[in-house]
Design a protein around this ligand. Structure first.
Ligand code: AMP
Length: 174
Protein backbone atom coordinates (compact mmCIF):
# COMPACT_ATOMS: atom_id res chain seq x y z
CA UNK A 1 0.00 0.00 0.00
CA UNK A 2 1.28 3.46 -0.92
CA UNK A 3 0.55 5.45 2.26
CA UNK A 4 1.88 8.68 0.76
CA UNK A 5 -0.47 8.37 -2.22
CA UNK A 6 -3.46 7.87 0.07
CA UNK A 7 -2.32 10.70 2.37
CA UNK A 8 -1.93 13.04 -0.60
CA UNK A 9 -5.50 12.26 -1.72
CA UNK A 10 -7.07 13.30 1.62
CA UNK A 11 -8.74 16.70 1.20
CA UNK A 12 -8.15 19.25 3.95
CA UNK A 13 -11.20 21.49 4.50
CA UNK A 14 -10.40 24.48 6.75
CA UNK A 15 -13.02 25.70 9.24
CA UNK A 16 -15.39 22.74 8.85
CA UNK A 17 -17.73 22.06 10.65
CA UNK A 18 -16.73 25.02 12.88
CA UNK A 19 -14.00 27.72 12.68
CA UNK A 20 -10.52 26.48 13.63
CA UNK A 21 -11.02 22.81 12.63
CA UNK A 22 -8.93 21.42 9.77
CA UNK A 23 -11.29 18.73 8.54
CA UNK A 24 -9.65 15.68 6.95
CA UNK A 25 -12.06 14.61 4.23
CA UNK A 26 -11.57 10.99 3.15
CA UNK A 27 -14.31 11.01 0.50
CA UNK A 28 -11.57 11.99 -1.97
CA UNK A 29 -9.85 8.67 -1.16
CA UNK A 30 -13.00 6.54 -1.14
CA UNK A 31 -14.18 7.74 -4.57
CA UNK A 32 -10.96 6.51 -6.21
CA UNK A 33 -11.32 2.79 -7.05
CA UNK A 34 -7.58 2.08 -6.84
CA UNK A 35 -7.07 3.95 -3.54
CA UNK A 36 -10.18 2.39 -2.00
CA UNK A 37 -8.85 -1.07 -2.80
CA UNK A 38 -5.36 -0.20 -1.54
CA UNK A 39 -6.78 1.14 1.70
CA UNK A 40 -8.87 -2.00 2.23
CA UNK A 41 -5.85 -4.20 1.55
CA UNK A 42 -3.66 -2.06 3.85
CA UNK A 43 -6.12 -2.33 6.72
CA UNK A 44 -6.39 -6.07 6.18
CA UNK A 45 -2.57 -6.42 6.31
CA UNK A 46 -2.59 -4.56 9.65
CA UNK A 47 -5.07 -6.92 11.32
CA UNK A 48 -4.95 -10.31 9.58
CA UNK A 49 -3.98 -13.29 11.72
CA UNK A 50 -5.16 -11.70 14.99
CA UNK A 51 -8.28 -13.82 15.28
CA UNK A 52 -10.61 -10.82 15.07
CA UNK A 53 -14.23 -12.02 15.17
CA UNK A 54 -16.10 -8.67 15.20
CA UNK A 55 -15.41 -5.30 13.63
CA UNK A 56 -17.28 -2.50 15.40
CA UNK A 57 -17.76 0.59 13.20
CA UNK A 58 -18.52 4.04 14.63
CA UNK A 59 -21.30 6.01 12.87
CA UNK A 60 -20.95 7.22 10.29
CA UNK A 61 -17.49 7.28 8.79
CA UNK A 62 -16.57 4.00 10.47
CA UNK A 63 -19.27 2.37 8.32
CA UNK A 64 -17.25 2.74 5.11
CA UNK A 65 -14.07 0.72 5.60
CA UNK A 66 -15.41 -1.22 8.62
CA UNK A 67 -17.57 -3.69 6.67
CA UNK A 68 -14.94 -4.01 3.91
CA UNK A 69 -12.39 -4.95 6.57
CA UNK A 70 -14.83 -7.29 8.35
CA UNK A 71 -15.45 -9.23 5.12
CA UNK A 72 -11.72 -9.62 4.49
CA UNK A 73 -11.15 -10.79 8.09
CA UNK A 74 -14.13 -13.20 8.00
CA UNK A 75 -15.51 -11.25 10.96
CA UNK A 76 -18.98 -9.91 11.74
CA UNK A 77 -19.80 -6.20 11.65
CA UNK A 78 -21.42 -4.29 14.53
CA UNK A 79 -22.72 -0.72 14.33
CA UNK A 80 -22.14 1.90 17.02
CA UNK A 81 -24.87 4.43 16.29
CA UNK A 82 -26.13 7.88 17.19
CA UNK A 83 -28.97 7.96 19.77
CA UNK A 84 -32.39 6.62 18.82
CA UNK A 85 -31.25 4.79 15.67
CA UNK A 86 -30.88 1.24 16.99
CA UNK A 87 -34.24 -0.55 17.32
CA UNK A 88 -33.57 -3.04 20.15
CA UNK A 89 -32.23 -2.55 23.69
CA UNK A 90 -28.96 -0.58 23.88
CA UNK A 91 -26.13 0.60 26.11
CA UNK A 92 -25.07 4.22 25.58
CA UNK A 93 -22.15 6.60 26.33
CA UNK A 94 -21.96 10.41 26.07
CA UNK A 95 -18.58 11.99 25.40
CA UNK A 96 -16.64 15.13 24.31
CA UNK A 97 -14.94 15.26 20.92
CA UNK A 98 -12.77 17.72 18.96
CA UNK A 99 -15.90 19.77 18.26
CA UNK A 100 -18.92 19.45 20.61
CA UNK A 101 -20.40 16.50 22.53
CA UNK A 102 -22.07 13.37 21.23
CA UNK A 103 -23.68 10.09 22.31
CA UNK A 104 -23.26 6.61 20.83
CA UNK A 105 -25.21 3.41 21.39
CA UNK A 106 -24.69 -0.30 20.85
CA UNK A 107 -27.18 -3.18 20.90
CA UNK A 108 -26.99 -5.15 24.13
CA UNK A 109 -26.59 -8.43 22.23
CA UNK A 110 -23.92 -7.18 19.80
CA UNK A 111 -20.81 -8.80 21.30
CA UNK A 112 -19.99 -12.07 23.12
CA UNK A 113 -17.31 -12.78 25.75
CA UNK A 114 -15.33 -14.94 23.33
CA UNK A 115 -15.14 -12.21 20.67
CA UNK A 116 -11.90 -10.50 19.67
CA UNK A 117 -13.09 -7.01 18.75
CA UNK A 118 -11.61 -4.42 16.42
CA UNK A 119 -13.16 -0.95 16.86
CA UNK A 120 -12.82 1.08 13.66
CA UNK A 121 -13.32 4.75 12.80
CA UNK A 122 -11.94 7.00 10.06
CA UNK A 123 -10.01 9.37 12.31
CA UNK A 124 -8.57 9.70 15.83
CA UNK A 125 -8.59 13.33 17.00
CA UNK A 126 -8.90 13.95 20.77
CA UNK A 127 -9.83 10.29 21.25
CA UNK A 128 -13.14 11.10 23.00
CA UNK A 129 -15.24 9.19 20.48
CA UNK A 130 -13.00 6.14 20.56
CA UNK A 131 -12.83 6.15 24.36
CA UNK A 132 -16.65 6.09 24.52
CA UNK A 133 -16.65 3.25 21.96
CA UNK A 134 -14.04 1.33 23.95
CA UNK A 135 -16.09 1.73 27.16
CA UNK A 136 -19.20 0.39 25.40
CA UNK A 137 -17.34 -2.59 23.97
CA UNK A 138 -15.60 -3.39 27.29
CA UNK A 139 -19.04 -3.77 28.94
CA UNK A 140 -19.31 -7.10 27.09
CA UNK A 141 -15.99 -8.38 28.52
CA UNK A 142 -14.59 -9.56 25.18
CA UNK A 143 -11.33 -11.55 25.01
CA UNK A 144 -9.46 -8.62 23.45
CA UNK A 145 -10.10 -5.14 22.06
CA UNK A 146 -8.00 -3.44 19.36
CA UNK A 147 -8.50 0.10 18.04
CA UNK A 148 -8.15 1.03 14.36
CA UNK A 149 -8.33 4.46 12.72
CA UNK A 150 -7.27 5.33 9.20
CA UNK A 151 -6.00 8.80 10.18
CA UNK A 152 -4.46 10.08 13.43
CA UNK A 153 -4.10 13.78 14.33
CA UNK A 154 -0.98 13.26 16.44
CA UNK A 155 -0.83 16.80 17.88
CA UNK A 156 -4.10 16.13 19.75
CA UNK A 157 -2.50 13.13 21.53
CA UNK A 158 -5.73 11.10 21.51
CA UNK A 159 -3.81 7.82 21.79
CA UNK A 160 -2.68 8.80 25.32
CA UNK A 161 -6.21 7.96 26.53
CA UNK A 162 -5.48 4.30 25.75
CA UNK A 163 -1.94 4.03 27.13
CA UNK A 164 -1.42 0.58 28.60
CA UNK A 165 -5.02 -0.54 28.03
CA UNK A 166 -5.73 -1.10 24.35
CA UNK A 167 -3.54 -1.23 21.21
CA UNK A 168 -4.17 1.75 18.90
CA UNK A 169 -3.27 1.21 15.22
CA UNK A 170 -3.43 4.06 12.69
CA UNK A 171 -2.19 4.21 9.10
CA UNK A 172 -1.77 7.90 8.27
CA UNK A 173 -0.50 10.56 10.67
CA UNK A 174 -0.87 14.34 10.49
P1 AMP B 1 -12.42 12.75 18.58
O1 AMP B 1 -13.50 12.21 19.44
O2 AMP B 1 -12.01 14.16 18.96
O3 AMP B 1 -11.23 11.82 18.49
O4 AMP B 1 -13.03 12.91 17.12
C1 AMP B 1 -13.10 11.81 16.27
C2 AMP B 1 -14.40 11.75 15.51
O5 AMP B 1 -14.77 13.03 14.98
C3 AMP B 1 -14.27 10.85 14.31
O6 AMP B 1 -15.50 10.15 14.16
C4 AMP B 1 -14.00 11.75 13.14
O7 AMP B 1 -14.73 11.35 12.01
C5 AMP B 1 -14.47 13.13 13.61
N1 AMP B 1 -13.42 14.17 13.51
C6 AMP B 1 -12.89 14.88 14.53
N2 AMP B 1 -11.99 15.77 14.11
C7 AMP B 1 -11.92 15.63 12.77
C8 AMP B 1 -11.14 16.25 11.74
N3 AMP B 1 -10.25 17.21 12.02
N4 AMP B 1 -11.33 15.82 10.47
C9 AMP B 1 -12.22 14.84 10.19
N5 AMP B 1 -12.98 14.22 11.10
C10 AMP B 1 -12.84 14.60 12.39
Amino acid sequence: MDIQKIKAAIRNVPDFPIPGIQFKDLTTVFKDAELLKELGDGLYDQFKGMGITKVVGIESRGFIMGPILATKLDAGFVTLRKPGKLPAETYCETYDKEYGTDTIEIHRDAIEEDDIVLIHDDLLATGGTMLAAQKLVERFNPKKVIISCIVELEFLEGRKLFDGTTPVETLIKF
